[in-house]
Design a protein around this ligand. Structure first.
Ligand SMILES: [Zn+2]
Length: 265
C-alpha cells in the first residue's frame, strides 16, 4: 500500500481535505493539512506516516475495510467515503478514503506527537528490520503475562502483525495462541520470530494482486489468502498433522489453531 500511494502523494500539496459525514473522531484535524506538501510516505507497522511541509504528519490506518482510491466509488460504496483529498500538481488530483466498518483512521498530528495514538506510540520494532532481534523479542515475551496472541496483536513486541499473520505464525511455530507470553520457551520464541518474518515476507511477495484488488470495489481479498495454512480453515485438516483445525476466540478475535500441533504447555 505504501509503494502504491507514494507516487500519488509525494511532493503534492493538499488543496482540500473534506470530511464527509459521518466520519467520526478517528478522522480529525484534517484542515491542518491544507496548504502543506506531503514530503514522504513512510510506513510504521500498519500505519502510514506522511511528514508534511510545515511540521505536521498525516497519519493513515486502513483498519479492516479501508480503501484508498483515485476514483469516486459508485453504488453503495459511495456512502462509505469518509474523506476526499484534493491534491495539486498532477494526477490523480483527488483521493477517496472509504471505510465501510469505520476501523480506519486519517488524521493530522504535530510530527512525532502520538499521544492520541497509543498503538503507534508504543510500537515495537519493524519485523523485517535488524532491530527485531531474538533477544529483544524474548525479553518482550518474558515481560508479559498476556496470551501470546493478544500480545502480538498489541504491536508492542513487534510491529505490523495482524490477526491473520498472528494465527499463521503461531501455527508455524507450534504455539497455542492462549499460552501466556512469559511461558513461551526461548526456543519457541526464536521459532515464532522466524515464523513471523517468513509469513510477512511471503505475503508481501503476492501483495501486487491485493493492491490491484483494493483499488477496485472489492478490496478485501488478497492473493495471500489462498496460501494460508490455519486462518480461515477451521474444521479442515491441519496441513501438518491432519487433525481438524479448531476455531476459538482470543481477545475478541477469531482464532484458528491445531489442537495437536499447538498444544497448550
Ligand atoms: Zn496439526
Amino acid at each position: 500500500m505504501r509503494r502504491e500511494l507514494a507516487p500519488w502523494l509525494t511532493g503534492r500539496t493538499v488543496l482540500a481535505a473534506e470530511r464527509l459525514a459521518p466520519a467520526g473522531p478517528k478522522y480529525r484535524d484534517l484542515p491542518r493539512a491544507v496548504g502543506q506538501t506531503v514530503c514522504e510516505v513512510r510506513r510504521r507497522g500498519k500505519f502510514l506516516v506522511m511528514p508534511l511541509s510545515r511540521g505536521d504528519e498525516l497519519i493513515l490506518h486502513l483498519g479492516m475495510t479501508g480503501v484508498v482510491s483515485p476514483e469516486a466509488p459508485s453504488g453503495p460504496a459511495q456512502g462509505h467515503v469518509r474523506v476526499r483529498l484534493r491534491l495539486s500538481g498532477g494526477t490523480p488530483d483527488t483521493l477517496y478514503f472509504r471505510d465501510a466498518r469505520r476501523f480506519g483512521r486519517l488524521l493530522v498530528v504535530p510530527a512525532g506527537d502520538y499521544r492520541g495514538l497509543p498503538t503507534l506510540e508504543r510500537m515495537g520494532p519493524e519485523p523485517l528490520s535488524p532491530d527485531f532481534t531474538v533477544a529483544g523479542f524474548r525479553r518482550a515475551l518474558a515481560g508479559s503475562s498476556m496470551a501470546v496472541k493478544t500480545l502480538l496483536l498489541s504491536q508492542r513486541p513487534v510491529a505490523g502483525v495482524g490477526n491473520i499473520y498472528a494465527d499463521e505464525a503461531l501455527w508455524r511455530a507450534r504455539i497455542h495462541p492462549l499460552t501466556p507470553a512469559r511461558r513461551v520457551s526461548a526456543a519457541r520464541a526464536a521459532a515464532l520470530r522466524t515464523a513471523l518474518r517468513e509469513v510477512l515476507l511471503a505475503s508481501l511477495e503476492v501483495q501486487g494482486t491485493t493492491l490491484n484488488d483494493y483499488r477496485t470495489v472489492n478490496g478485501e481479498v488478497g492473493a495471500y489468502l489462498e496460501k494460508l495454512s490455519a486462518y480461515g480453515h477451521a474444521e479442515e485438516p491441519c496441513p501438518r498433522c491432519g487433525t481438524p483445525l479448531r476455531r476459538t476466540v482470543v481477545g475478541q478475535r477469531g482464532t484458528v489453531f491445531c489442537p495437536r500441533c499447538q498444544r497448550r504447555r
